[in-house]
Write a protein that binds this ligand. Structure first.
Ligand SMILES: *Cc1c(COP(=O)(O)O)cnc(C)c1O
Length: 343
């Protein structure tokens, strides 16, 4: 049986969290003299809701997830760091990370002195369940999966992810930063079935709000409680909460952008395949393409000289001579195609 108390670090289990002024008094009053705020109204003189209830309620309706199963962070980077800090004893525990993938899992593990066990994805960037599980030992607390995966763009196979969820005794984190660009429902509908499932999403990609830093984490009530216990009290600013509320009321706009970006992705893929130095365009379920190019590092610098910045992934495992290219607007993609074709 899965028992969160067996998994969480002992010091976290025993710690008494900071109790903010807004934790100790909730509700409406006429005179607030409890938080050492400036009493003169600027629109921003009061501390924001530390639990972001209004925003979570809105997300709850859009994502069909109860408020108590939602944690919000300062970007996805914050829940990634908090999960490592809550569950991994520095110098003792480890995390398993299939590679290549998003770099922040390793960076956060390294910052926290938590060992990383890397396993390679297959040559088509899919997950090998047996290899991933074999990499785990008694001190493995977290497995980081990313689907669609960055930088390869593919979805991981459902049945493989589910096998790992079923057979691994620690937490399985599925990062769905790019889920809006796929037809796949993602793993949110499976949340109640897997007590060790943690899903990360973000407003940084499809929703067009990278600047406000809003990461979303879906997990069991027990896991959310652990994260709440160790988060900085006011980790989401009022400005971010307000901008997020506004954007979430415009879901049709997000859907329209997604439609445009997917159409452009298909066009860009076709155009890239006509360019002789392009060796391979990997299929993508995200808003970027992984492209294998002759002399990729050189091409990267030539594009920079022409004012076009893509991401050089050519030194990354399984990404030999690969550039990762974000799908831009029609005009931006045309400039890229023109310059790449003329190299
Ligand atoms: C872009 C991206 C994120 C988003 O991170 P934020 O901190 O929410 O901006 C998360 N995971 C992956 C895999 C990404 O590529």
């Amino acid at each position: 049986m899965f028992d969160i108390n067996q998994l969480v670090r002992k010091n976290v289990l025993n710690l008494k969290p900071y109790s903010s002024a807004r934790d100790e008094f909730k509700g409406q009053a006429s005179v607030y003299l409890d938080a050492n705020e400036n009493p003169y109204p600027t629109g921003y003189n009061r501390y924001p809701d530390p639990h972001q209830i209004e925003l979570k309620t809105k997300l709850s309706k859009i994502k069909h997830v109860d408020v108590e199963n939602i944690f919000l962070g300062n970007g996805s980077d914050e829940p990634i760091d908090l999960l490592i800090r809550a569950f991994c004893e520095p110098g003792v525990d480890n995390v398993v990370i299939p590679q290549p993938t998003y770099g922040m899992y390793s960076v956060s593990a390294n910052i926290n002195n938590v060992a990383i066990k890397s396993v390679a994805l297959t040559d088509q960037f899919d997950l090998d369940a047996a290899q991933t599980l074999a990499a785990c030992n008694a001190n493995t607390k977290l497995i980081f999966l990313c689907s669609p995966n960055n930088p390869s763009g593919n979805l991981l196979s459902d049945s493989t992810v589910k096998k790992i969820l079923k057979d691994f005794t620690g937490l399985v984190i599925v990062d769905e930063a790019y889920i809006d660009f796929t037809q796949h429902a993602g793993f949110v509908p499976d949340l109640s079935q897997y007590p060790n499932l943690v899903i990360l999403q973000t407003l940084s990609k499809a929703w067009g709000l990278a600047a406000i830093r809003l990461g979303i984490c879906f997990a069991s009530k027990e896991i959310v409680q652990v994260l709440n216990k160790i988060k900085p009290p006011y980790n989401i600013s009022l400005l971010s909460q307000q901008v997020a509320m506004e954007a979430l009321s415009q879901e049709a706009q997000k859907n329209e952008w997604v439609k445009q970006i997917i159409a452009e992705r298909t066009r860009l893929e076709n155009e890239l395949q006509k360019i002789p130095i392009v060796l391979q365009v990997y299929p993508s379920a995200a808003n970027f393409l992984l492209v294998q190019i002759k002399d990729a590092a050189l091409v990267y610098h030539k594009l920079v000289d022409r004012g076009i910045i893509v991401r050089d992934r050519s030194t990354v495992i399984l990404c030999n001579n690969c550039l990762r290219i974000t799908v831009g607007t029609l005009e931006e993609n045309q400039i890229l195609i023109r310059e790449l074709g003329a190299l």
